[in-house]
Ligand binder design. Structure first.
Ligand SMILES: Nc1ncnc2c1ncn2[C@@H]1O[C@H](COP(=O)(O)OP(=O)(O)OP(=O)(O)O)[C@@H](O)[C@H]1O
Ligand SMILES: [Mg+2]
Length: 368
């Protein structure tokens, strides 16, 4: 998968911008605050329909009411024109000029893996950051996941409302509540299963990648589902979830919310069986996240038949030449990557020679 062209109108600090990317390595160079990250963010929004950094409003050029991002994307020689138009309180999404109503019909039109300085939050931040990461990745590789996840969220909301009703009104319909719970369990089983399988797959390759790019420790991800199952067989999960909800109904009623389910999942990273969040050095934590993202690439390829586009924000600048070379082994060929840096001196010459370079000065970009 490649993004050939990106066109921006009134997005962040760009009044208008058009860039043509190469199929492999693209490097965006510029001083601080000139708009390098904004370009990657625009591609992220085009792919995922939202930015991990902020809400839509801040993406629109100051004092304007609308921003537009267009991209020409090529997958297996098929060319698609993607478009996202953002207004303060609305969003229009199009593929080849046709409006798309459902997110699940759009996601995966452009798949991306984002490497960002904010990634450290994947280790240090709250569980919702890690759940969101899993959701974004799984939604890109499985339409079914996104559809079921949305259904689950709706059921969760209804169930939460009903828990509040049950708490205040003891005559409220229990049967309806049981049906809601059963329907929600059905969705949960798929979400738990797909998350488990995804993390298992990452664990198949993350350790050697970490050893290659960093050091000789064994890196593993531990999935920490909010309900611990004795096995991931459907029937077993169903029974165990039913039991959890039966056992905790009073508690859930008094809290007025569903306390168990995929919306409470988490995962942790372990280096030689030690929790990276607690024991890891900053360098180890960063390398672990890098290894995690690199381990996702072959899964995307396997599940979608094409590699995602890699967006690397300021990643190279932090690595010494040796580590740059290691990383390049994974991202330097047969995949499109777009990376930013402030200091061209920090990037080795041979890398610059094989790359397409974009020089950014505030609000304008020149392809070299
Ligand atoms: N909605 C907006 N309208 C106009 N300008 C904006 C908007 N949002 C952000 N900016 C401007 O964009 C610039 C920051 O862009 P960006 O984050 O892409 O910089 P950068 O080149 O990545 O910098 P750094 O090297 O520090 O990471 C700032 O000057 C900021 O004021
Ligand atoms: Mg930046």
């Amino acid at each position: 998968m490649r993004i050939k062209r990106l066109s921006l109108t009134q997005f962040r600090n760009y009044k208008r911008l058009q860039l043509d990317f190469s199929e492999s390595l693209n490097i965006i160079i510029g001083e601080n605050a000139v708009g390098k990250t904004n370009i990657l963010e625009a591609i992220e929004v085009l792919a995922l329909t939202k930015s991990h950094r902020t809400n839509d409003k801040n993406l629109i050029l100051e004092n304007k009411s609308l921003a537009r991002i267009k991209g020409v994307v090529v997958v297996d020689k098929i060319v698609r024109n993607l478009e996202i138009e953002l207004q303060e309180d609305s969003k229009k999404i199009k593929i080849n000029s046709t409006a798309i109503a459902k997110l699940s019909d759009y996601i995966a039109s452009l798949n991306v893996i984002v490497f960002s300085p904010d990634d450290i939050e994947i280790i240090k931040g709250s569980p919702s950051i890690r759940r969101n990461l899993l959701n974004v990745e799984l939604s890109q590789i499985s339409k079914q996941y996104l559809v079921v996840y949305n259904q689950f969220n709706k059921l969760l909301k209804t169930r939460n409302e009903y828990l509040k009703i049950l708490y205040t009104n003891h005559l409220a319909d229990q049967d309806y509540f049981q049906i809601l719970t059963e329907k929600m369990i059905e969705k949960e089983i798929l979400i738990y299963t797909m998350r488990k399988q995804y993390i298992d797959k990452i664990n198949e390759s993350i350790a050697p990648i970490f050893q290659d790019i960093h050091s000789d420790f064994s890196l593993q991800i531990h999935y920490e589902p909010s309900v611990v199952f004795s096995s991931y067989e459907e029937d077993v999960m169903k029974e165990e979830l039913k039991k959890v909800y039966q056992k905790n109904q009073q508690k859930e009623q008094s809290y007025g919310m569903t306390l168990y389910g995929p919306h409470r999942d988490d995962f942790s990273m372990y280096l030689d069986e030690k929790n990276l969040k607690i024991y890891g050095s900053q360098g180890q934590q960063k390398a672990a996240i890098l290894a995690y993202k690199l381990a996702c690439i072959p899964i995307f390829l396997e599940k979608t038949g094409t590699k995602p586009v890699l967006l690397l924000d300021d990643v190279f600048s932090e690595l010494d030449v040796k580590k740059q070379n290691k990383l390049l082994k994974y991202i330097g060929k047969d995949i499109q990557s777009i990376l930013t840096t402030t200091d061209v001196k920090q990037i080795r010459k041979s890398l610059l020679e094989q790359a397409t370079i974009f020089q950014v000065a505030s609000g304008t970009v020149e392809r070299k």
